[in-house]
Design a protein around this ligand. Sequence first.
Ligand code: G3H
Ligand code: 13P
Ligand code: ZN
Length: 309
Amino acid sequence: MPLVTTKKMFKDAYAGGYAIGAFNVNNMEIIQGITEAAAEEKAPLILQVSAGARKYANHTYLVKLVEAALEETDLPIALHLDHGDSFELCKSCIDGGFTSVMIDGSHLSFDENIELTRRVVDYAHERDVVVEGELGRLAGVEDDVNVTAEDASYTRPDEVEEFVTRTGVDSLAIAIGTSHGAFKFKGEPTLRFDILEEIERRLPGFPIVLHGASSVIPEYVEMINQYGGRMAGAQGVPEDMLRRAASMAVCKINIDSDLRLAMTGTIRKSLAEDPENFDPRKYLAPARDAIRDIVRHKIINVLGCDNKL
Ligand code: G3H
Ligand code: 13P
Ligand code: ZN
């Protein structure tokens, strides 16, 4: 099956009260682990590539690896640019075969964000590519940009209709208290479901996206700490909150940090337990299995998108 856009996925997810997992990919083992899980669970899938991933692994390598996954699994997969920060980057991904792009103008003024997003939408839609925009700012670290809690701001529901109408975006990422990375909350985790409800009321049927949605699974944080790492105080979004968001207007949930933790914890453990090993396959194979297991868990228990092909 060729790459698909997110149109049908989101329509079905909205109607069915579940969300599609959007997992960040950086190399072959990550792509294999995620797609194996989605194939086992019969789940539609979004594989997303950040600017950093593209710089690390090279556009062509990533596209070819995803094409290999399509051939091996026959899954409906959308290939998405995560946090595109310029028209040029979005254009390059659209021209290079992606079926979905995010233009993240959330750091700009409202009008500048609309102008940039509209430009990307015009270019993308002419080529049957879908676009995700963002309103509101998440805290946390993306690439080298560190947004402090003070600079973060919730999405304003009174702005969403105008933003969606004037830009023509296909989905909208919002800020309701999640944040990027493994240190999301200092105290008790809270998400602003009241904001999500108000946005859902103003944009009935419109797909909403949640970034920064890793739960920072304690098992892997403990594994990292046990084998020489230092991640004390790491804390993510409780899974029951994500499940609730997925049952509402949230149709795409972005997960990267949980995969990083699973991979790194497993590699640390493997190397510690076999200090004489210097064959990368012997620590990358269990890391790939850990990614498969965590993605299966997310699909079944958080996203609810199993058996939805
Ligand atoms: O939100 C950002 C994703 O976790 C990607 O991170 O920019 O370090 O690849 P990255
Ligand atoms: P996490 O850091 O919570 O995994 O968020 C990932 C993300 O939002 C990618 O865009
Ligand atoms: Zn993000």
